[in-house]
Write a protein that binds this ligand. Structure first.
Ligand SMILES: Nc1ncnc2c1ncn2[C@@H]1O[C@H](COP(=O)(O)OP(=O)(O)O)[C@@H](O)[C@H]1O
Ligand SMILES: N[C@@H](CCOP(=O)(O)O)C(=O)O
Length: 322
C-alpha cells in the first residue's frame, strides 16, 4: 500500500491550476510502491502520475531526481517526464507535502521476467549510464559502504533475532569490504534500484524505467551487480545463468565492461546484496506489523550474499568475452 497522504478533490483541483494540464476528471491512489504516495490522474489533457513525497525522501534532493528524469527523457531514455508548473518549476506543495506531476508510462512490470526481458534491462541500464554522462547535478550514494555501516549499527543488536549467527556473519562481510571495495572504476549517474517493479514492458519490449528516487553518482558496475541480484535469481533463490548471460550481454551490447569492472563484479554483487539485505532487515525490525509500509523479506538477500561469496569470476554470472 502506498498512499500515505490523502488528497481531497478540492485541494487537487486547486493544485492543478498551477499546471497547464487541463481540468481534473478523476484520480485514484496507487497501491504499489513503498516510499511515497502516488495517484493516477486523468485530466482533460491526458493521464499523469502525481507523487507526494513522504518522510523518507529528502525534499532538498528532489531537484536532482526530477532534473535527472527530465535530462534522461530529453535524451531519449524512456522514463517519465516531470511536468513543468506554469512558473517553470517542477516541485509544488500539496496537502503539506512536496509534490510533482510526471507523465504516465504505458506498460506493466514483469512478475516472472524471462531472459529476453533481462537482455532488454541490460541494454536500457547501459543506455541510461551513457545518457547520464552530461547531467550536471551530483548526488552521493548515501547507501554505499558508510551508509551500510550506519544501518548495521542500528540493526546489529537485534540481527540474531532474525537469524541466529547473522550478526557475526555480517561483521565478517564488513571486514572483507573495508579493504577491497573499489573506488576507481568507471562511474556516473546510476539508477541504484532497477528491480522488476521499476521497469515496464509491453510484451517483450521495454517501455520505460521508473522510480529514480535512489539514483545517485556511483560505479556503473555496481548498478549492473544490483540488476543481477534483482533479475537473475529464481523464486527458490537459485541463480539463473541464462538470465545472467542475457542481462550482461544486453548491457555490453551498449556499453562494454572494462576488465577491472569485470573483475570487481562478484564483490560488487556481494555488496549490493548486503545493501538490500540491510534496508530490508532495518524495515523488518523497526516497522510495526500492520503498518502501511510494505516489508520485504531480508532472507532473499542473505542467500544472494552467500552465493556471491563463493563466486571466483564474473564468468560464473554468464559474462562472456566480447
Ligand atoms: N510514470 C509512471 N507511469 C505509470 N505508472 C507509474 C509511473 N510512476 C509510478 N507509477 C505507478 O506507481 C507505482 C509506484 O511508483 P514508485 O515510483 O515505484 O513508488 P515508490 O517510490 O513509492 O516506490 C508503480 O508501481 C506504478 O504502478
Ligand atoms: N527494491 C527495494 C525496495 C525499494 O522499493 P521501491 O518500491 O521503491 O522500488 C528492495 O527490493 O528491497
Amino acid at each position: 500500500m502506498a498512499v500515505y497522504t490523502d488528497v481531497t478533490e478540492e485541494e487537487l483541483s486547486q493544485y492543478l491550476r498551477g499546471y497547464a494540464v487541463g481540468d481534473l476528471m478523476s484520480y485514484k491512489g496507487i497501491a504499489e510502491g513503498s516510499e511515497n504516495s502516488n495517484y493516477l490522474l486523468h485530466t482533460t489533457a491526458g493521464t499523469y502520475i502525481l507523487t507526494l513525497y513522504e518522510k523518507r525522501v529528502d525534499g532538498a534532493e528532489l531537484p536532482f531526481f526530477l532534473g535527472l528524469m527530465q535530462h534522461l527523457a530529453r535524451k531519449g531514455i524512456s522514463c517519465p517526464l516531470p511536468v513543468e508548473r506554469r512558473d517553470g518549476s517542477l516541485i509544488g506543495t500539496l496537502a503539506g507535502r512536496p509534490a510533482a506531476i510526471i507523465t504516465f508510462l504505458e506498460g506493466v512490470w514483469m512478475r516472472r521476467p524471462t531472459a529476453a526481458h533481462c537482455r532488454e534491462v541490460g541494454k536500457a541500464l547501459a543506455g541510461m549510464h551513457l545518457a547520464g554522462a552530461d547531467f550536471e547535478m551530483r548526488r552521493e550514494n548515501r547507501l554505499s559502504v558508510p551508509g551500510w555501516r550506519h544501518l548495521w549499527e542500528m540493526t546489529r543488536p537485534r540481527a540474531d533475532e532474525y537469524e541466529a549467527g547473522l550478526a557475526a556473519e555480517i561483521d565478517g562481510e564488513f571486514a572483507a569490504f573495508a579493504e577491497a571495495w573499489p573506488d576507481d572504476l568507471p562511474s556516473g549517474v546510476i539508477h541504484a534500484d532497477l528491480f522488476p517493479d521499476n521497469v515496464f514492458f509491453l510484451g517483450d519490449r521495454l517501455s520505460g524505467l521508473i522510480d529514480f528516487y535512489f539514483a545517485c553518482n556511483d560505479l556503473f558496475a555496481y548498478d549492473v551487480a544490483t540488476c543481477l541480484n534483482a533479475w537473475c535469481f529464481e523464486k527458490d533463490n537459485s541463480f539463473n545463468l541464462t538470465k545472467g548471460r542475457a542481462l550482461l550481454s544486453g548491457y555490453q551490447s551498449v556499453r562494454p565492461l572494462e576488465p577491472a569492472e569485470r573483475e570487481a563484479l562478484p564483490l560488487l554483487a556481494r555488496g549490493s546484496a548486503l545493501r538490500f539485505m540491510l534496508t530490508r532487515l532495518y524495515d523488518w525490525l523497526t516497522i510495526p506489523d500492520g503498518a502501511l509500509v510494505q516489508k520485504r523479506d531480508p532472507s532473499e538477500f542473505i542467500r544472494r550474499l552467500r552465493f556471491h561469496r563463493h563466486i571466483a569470476s564474473a564468468t560464473e554470472y554468464g559474462l562472456t568475452a566480447l
